[in-house]
Ligand binder design. Structure first.
Ligand SMILES: [Mn+2]
Length: 305
């Protein structure tokens, strides 16, 4: 298997979301013996640490478009996404596989863009597999929360002009959602109009995990040679993931969640993996944090035999 040299980076940030607390996610995941557990997988892990940003740095309020100005804490979010982008770019320049820990889901605006930009410089296109209860494809105007964590995919696809627009947007024909079960009206419209591949929880009920993941891989790797994977813990059922800010009933069970990342690893096409939205303050006896660690192990090649 191809994933051996890992660059691990956490980003402590929760101003892109509604409920505070996911900024403590990376520390908690590390505290549940992540590095020790990864060392058993025969991986060469370089730790780039947990980073955070204080405020908005030098970004002025008037540097945003009218549309961007609708986003709450927009300057802090832009600062954070720029920071995590540069950290992931460093990991890539050392030719390592980025393993990113969030933080709320807005950090993907930077972490995913770093991978697609680096690969565009190499003449390659990049797909995106977004495993989440939510499609996170709101525009600032359609977003019910006005929080950036519900807009990440819209930015990554290059649908919104301005400061957050990636140099190398992910082609919409190479985006695949897995596990959707809470999609806003504005998002439905965008998904339908752009014919984005969206596998809801019902599709999983009907077709099973294996077929669903195969279809998502097909979409994300069509005329690309790989994809990034972004895993929001809230795709799992609240019974196994109490520690997340937007728990929604009827999610994936423990084995379904693991099988998804096991199959993605086996595809040999994953170019980075990130796991977001652990809120330790809402967790119960670390069951969410421990699930996060075991999903990361499976995504990086841990097998049963
Ligand atoms: Mn979500």
């Amino acid at each position: 298997m191809n994933i051996r040299k890992i660059g691990l980076a956490g980003y402590s940030f929760d101003k892109g979301g509604i409920v505070k607390g996911s900024a403590a996610g990376p520390d908690r995941i590390r505290g549940r013996n992540l590095l020790d557990r990864l060392s058993r997988l025969d991986l060469d892990v370089t730790d780039f640490g947990n980073a955070k940003s204080e405020g908005s740095g030098s970004i002025a309020k008037d540097s945003f478009t009218a549309e961007e100005s609708e986003i709450l804490d927009v300057a802090e979010v832009l600062q954070a996404t720029q920071n995590i982008k540069s950290i992931v770019s460093n990991i890539l320049s050392e030719e390592k596989f980025p393993l990113v820990l969030g933080g709320d889901h807005s950090i993907s605006i930077g972490s995913v863009a770093a991978v697609s930009e680096k690969r565009q410089q190499e003449g390659k296109k990049t797909g995106l597999i977004w495993i989440d209860t939510h499609s996170d494809i709101n525009f600032p105007a359609t977003s019910p929360s006005k929080r950036a964590f519900g807009m990440s995919v819209a930015f990554l696809a290059g649908l919104i002009d301005g400061n957050f627009k990636p140099v190398a947007p992910i082609p919409m024909e190479n985006i695949a959602f897995i596990g959707l079960r809470d999609v806003d009206p504005g998002e439905r419209k965008i998904i339908k109009e752009n014919e984005i591949s969206a596998h809801t929880i019902k599709d999983i009920d009907l077709n099973g995990i294996q077929k669903t993941v195969e279809r998502a891989i097909e979409v994300a790797s069509k005329s690309t040679d790989g994809f990034v994977v972004s895993f929001d813990l809230d795709v799992c059922d609240p019974r196994i993931v109490p520690g997340t800010q937007t728990p929604i009933r009827g999610g994936l069970n423990f084995r379904e969640a693991h099988l998804i990342v096991e199959l993605l690893y086996e595809s040999n096409l994953m170019k980075s993996f990130e796991l977001v939205e652990l809120n330790p303050e809402l967790d119960q006896d670390n069951i969410t944090a421990d699930l996060a660690v075991s999903l990361i192990e499976s995504a990086l090649g841990s097998t049963l035999l």
